[in-house]
Design a protein around this ligand. Sequence first.
Ligand SMILES: Cc1ncc(C[n+]2csc(CCOP(=O)(O)OP(=O)(O)OP(=O)(O)O)c2C)c(N)n1
Ligand SMILES: [Mg+2]
Length: 214
Amino acid sequence: MSPSSHLPGPIEVERKFVPGPEVEKSLCALGAELVEEITFRDSYYDSPDLRLTLNDIWLRRREDNWELKHPPQRGARGLNGASTQYMELTSSDDIICRVSEELGVPCPRNIESFGLNEFASFVTRRRRFQLPLGENSKTKVVVDLDEADFGFAVGEVEVLVKTQEEVEDAFKKLEEICRLLGVFRETPVQGKVSTYLKMNRAEHYRQLLEAHVI
Ligand SMILES: Cc1ncc(C[n+]2csc(CCOP(=O)(O)OP(=O)(O)OP(=O)(O)O)c2C)c(N)n1
Ligand SMILES: [Mg+2]
């Protein structure tokens, strides 16, 4: 299989928060609009030696679509302070190439043929809000309020940027929005997958902590 010829996609810069009872009121006060309400199942996969996730590579099937998140720079971590930066692959060919490289195996015909194990699977109900564009700003800011079916809720502020040079400003923007929403915390807030693993797969969770991935 030839490496993909298209340009890499945007960098997703995100900051998670604990959604308190006032968050919707705060979103409303900032002029945010509810733009989407969706429900989806995510199933996450790794090799038996956990080589993908221990290298901060997250392969999932969201409903019928395969997606792979990886840090923009090889060998680096996506978590930076309390924010994260990841790129997402959505083409099966690109995902196969990346997983083959990580596992050191030849490219199979399809993702299923890697024989990976599902390590987490849950349903999320998501409400997506969009903040109004600020004056002189073209940056679209999205806030997701997620409820997972294992009794866990988390919020996330997200912006998409095109280059690594824009990431620092994006981190600042996310911090500012969390302060405006009254949900700012210095330390990272754990997401759905980390929480699922802590509850259901303690040894996998321990190894991720030890590898400083989460
Ligand atoms: C705070 C924090 N978040 C994620 C990670 C790494 N990580 C763990 S699981 C994981 C994959 C799941 O990503 P996440 O953004 O938590 O899920 P979700 O919001 O449902 O996906 P989206 O719709 O945004 O694409 C990552 C990147 C980390 N180390 N620290
Ligand atoms: Mg997210």
